[in-house]
Every structure is written in structure tokens, then in C-alpha cells.
Design a protein around this ligand. Structure first.
Ligand SMILES: Cc1ncc(COP(=O)(O)O)c(C=O)c1O
Length: 396
């Protein structure tokens, strides 16, 4: 008999994908311009121009046997050196190339890291709302995901709830800031308090707790004064899972990295476990062309001004129509309170107006929907009457 768990996983489509597929069909029926698809988190702005230029340069300048050949399993040494130097300069760390493991995006970074750290039965805490794949990744690594609800109305960390969730089985915490699906950025004080809480609990219980920072949205922050604290500056037992999918608008190219904090005593063992997990999962030698590319455009980001414009437009219109929203500081998602307790029913009612909003239930929080506003500003403008009609349908 084949593996039943994986078969089930393969058969059940995610709610997000389901809605996206529905949208494609609906567009054929009523016309593309009449469907307002806010389902997917696929960047809608092109990669920066330097990406195209450097790709051309790489192809014309580099020996193709080398450019398209294998690198070391953990990634090309010079690329890892560029990445570690960049992190050191930006965040005042002292990483070496041997702290960096190049991967196929944040998804691979997370699965490798979880497989490297977890033993069967370990618990991994995350804060709801959270990226639904965390559950799949944690369970595949033999652990159990423990979602802890965030503070209502702000979606910042609820420390009372966190304290209740910590147990001697807690092996890791995954944080994601800016957050998918709320767009919230954790304040510095909150991050400091989290690190202090974990350090104190680790000491009391005699267990190591690792902090995993899932960072595909780090560069997608709209105001200069919004700081996204770098976790290694506050907590020794930390690992950063980074991806260029959203920052460079390259989600299909599958490129990112894992950075292990070398301030923790056993960081070389953790790095070895990461290499081992990468090997066991077959995540070795991330695509070389894109390893070389990211090293050449290490400090570039796609033009995110459109996302800011979209956020402002949606937040002000939806607030005016009577929706409750938490204004996001980053990423490209808006988590909106449904106008009835049942978010699935609300999302279904929106669907009737060709408004495709993902029910928040799959993100571990009830009563909300997620809007992905990485879409054209024009589509948002066209969708506003439908949002208004939806709100009015609850008043009548
Ligand atoms: C919070 C979060 N983590 C991880 C990922 C996976 O990113 P990647 O495409 O780099 O694998 C996503 C993708 O949307 C995400 O939203």
C-alpha cells in the first residue's frame, strides 16, 4: 500500500488554490474584468530591471557548463559568502559562508530547518493567523504544530497565551513578520519580550527552544520608520528562513536561503543537521543560475510602491464601507473581519458577487477573510462596488 498520509495530502487542494481555480473558470463565464480575484499571493509587480540585466550578463559571460552545473550541496561558496557579508553589513552579525544554506525558496528553507531540528513528538508553536503550510511542514518533520492565537484587533503576540502553550516538548517557535495573512509587523518590544520569554523558559525547563524566522516578506514594508527586527540580534538559538520569491518577484524560480546564527554554542551541529536534512529531502544544490543571480542583485527589491498604493486604497474604502481591518505595515495581505461569524459563509456570499476572498479559517483564526492585494490597482478600483454591495447586503 502506498503512503496514505501523503496520498491524502496530494488529493486535498488548499482552500486558496481551490478559489483560484474557481476564479479561472468564472472568468471564462463572465469575462476577466468582472471577476475580482484576491486569492493568491503571487507578486504582481515585475522583478527589478537589474534582474533581467544580470541574467543576460550571466548567460553571455559564464561558461554554460559551469553556469548550469552542480554547485556544492549547500550552495556555491562565493554566493554564500556574498549572502553572509550582506547580512553582516545590514544587521551587524558575524556570519560566515558556513552559516548559509541556499534553498528553493522559503518553503524548502522551512522544511529543511524543521527536519533538522525536530525529533518525533516535538511541539512547534506559531502565532495564528499563520501560513497554513506550517502544519504540513511540521507534521512531516515528526512534530505537532501548536497554534497560539494572537491579540485580537492588533494581531501582535499574546504573551499570556504563549506562556500557557510552552511545554517541555516545545522545540521551536515559527514567527512570520511581516505576516501572511495579516500584514502585521512585530514591534521591536514584542520581539524582545518573545526572546526573553523563550530564554527564561528554556533555562527553567532545561530544554533548547529554537526561534525560526520565516522571512519571505522582510523587504515588503511600506514606511521607512517600520523596523523589522533581525531575530539574530536578540536570540542566540535562531535560524532565518529567507526567500527572494516576493522581494525580487521571482516565486517561480525557487530561490532563498537558511541562515544559522553562529552565536549559539552548537551552531555547527545545527548546520550539519541542516545539510543532512537537505540531503535526505533531496533539497541540495539550489538552482545555480539563480544562486548567481541573487548574489549579483543582493541589495535590490522589486518596486513595492504599487502594493502600498493598493493597501491605502483598500484600507480607506473598506473602512468607509464599515469593514473592520487592521492596517498592514507590510507584505501584501489584508485580514478583514467577516460581516458574520462564519467566515466560510461570508466568503461564499462574496463569491456570488465575483469577489474572491479566502476564508481565514485555514489560517487558524475564525471570522476573518484574507485579501491578497498583489493585483492591479485597476482591479481593486473595479472591485469596490462589489465590496460595498457585500457590506450593504448585511445591513438589509
Ligand atoms: C509566510 C510564508 N512562508 C513561506 C512561503 C513560501 O515561500 P516560497 O515561495 O519562497 O517557498 C510563503 C509563500 O507564500 C509564505 O506566505
Amino acid at each position: 500500500m502506498i503512503n496514505q498520509k501523503n496520498m491524502q495530502l496530494g488529493k486535498v487542494r488548499s482552500v486558496i488554490r481551490e478559489l483560484f481555480e474557481y476564479g479561472k473558470k468564472r472568468k471564462e463565464e463572465v469575462g476577466e474584468e468582472n471577476v475580482y480575484d484576491f486569492s493568491l499571493g503571487n507578486p504582481s509587480v515585475p522583478a527589478p530591471k537589474e534582474v533581467e540585466e544580470e541574467l543576460k550578463n550571466l548567460i553571455t559571460e559564464t561558461n554554460p557548463v559551469i553556469l548550469h552545473g552542480y554547485t556544492s550541496a549547500q550552495g556555491d561558496f562565493n554566493v554564500r559568502k556574498t549572502v553572509s557579508n550582506y547580512i553582516n553589513k545590514r544587521f551587524n552579525t558575524a556570519l560566515t559562508p558556513d552559516c548559509i544554506y541556499m534553498t528553493c525558496g522559503a518553503a524548502a528553507s522551512l522544511t529543511i530547518t524543521l527536519n533538522a531540528l525536530l525529533n518525533d513528538g516535538d511541539e512547534v508553536i506559531t502565532f495564528a493567523p499563520y501560513f497554513p503550510e506550517y502544519k504540513v511542514f511540521v507534521e512531516h518533520a515528526g512534530g505537532t504544530l501548536i497554534p497560539v492565537q494572537s491579540e485580537q484587533n492588533t494581531f501582535q503576540i499574546d504573551f499570556e497565551k504563549l506562556n500557557k502553550a510552552l511545554t517541555p516538548k516545545t522545540k521551536a517557535i515559527i514567527i512570520n513578520s511581516p505576516n501572511n495573512p495579516s500584514g502585521v509587523v512585530y514591534e521591536k518590544e514584542s520581539v524582545k519580550k518573545l526572546c526573553k520569554t523563550l530564554a527564561e523558559y528554556s533555562q527553567k525547563s532545561g530544554t533548547e527552544i529554537y526561534l525560526i524566522s520565516d522571512e519571505p516578506y522582510r523587504e515588503l514594508v511600506f514606511d521607512k520608520q517600520t523596523e523589522v527586527p533581525y531575530i539574530m540580534n536578540y536570540y542566540k538559538n535562531s535560524v532565518v528562513c529567507y526567500s527572494y520569491s516576493k522581494s525580487l518577484s521571482l516565486p517561480g524560480e525557487r530561490i532563498g536561503y537558511i541562515a544559522v546564527n553562529n552565536e549559539q554554542e552548537n551552531w555547527q551541529d545545527i548546520y550539519a543537521a541542516i545539510c543532512g536534512a537537505g540531503r535526505a529531502l533531496g533539497y541540495v544544490c539550489a538552482p545555480n543560475l539563480f544562486q548567481q543571480l541573487v548574489a549579483r542583485v543582493i541589495d535590490k527589491t522589486a518596486d513595492i510602491s504599487v502594493y502600498k498604493q493598493n493597501r491605502d486604497l483598500l484600507v480607506s474604502a473598506l473602512t468607509e464601507y464599515g469593514y473592520e481591518v487592521v492596517k498592514p505595515d507590510g507584505a501584501f495581505y489584508l485580514f478583514v473581519k467577516a460581516l458574520e461569524p462564519n467566515a466560510d459563509a461570508f466568503s461564499e456570499r462574496a463569491k456570488k458577487l465575483n469577489l474572491l476572498l479566502v476564508s481565514g479559517n485555514s489560517f487558524g483564526v475564525e471570522g476573518y477573510v484574507r485579501i491578497s492585494y498583489c493585483v492591479s490597482t485597476d482591479m481593486i478600483k473595479r472591485s469596490l462596488p462589489a465590496f460595498l454591495q457585500l457590506a450593504q447586503s448585511y445591513k438589509n
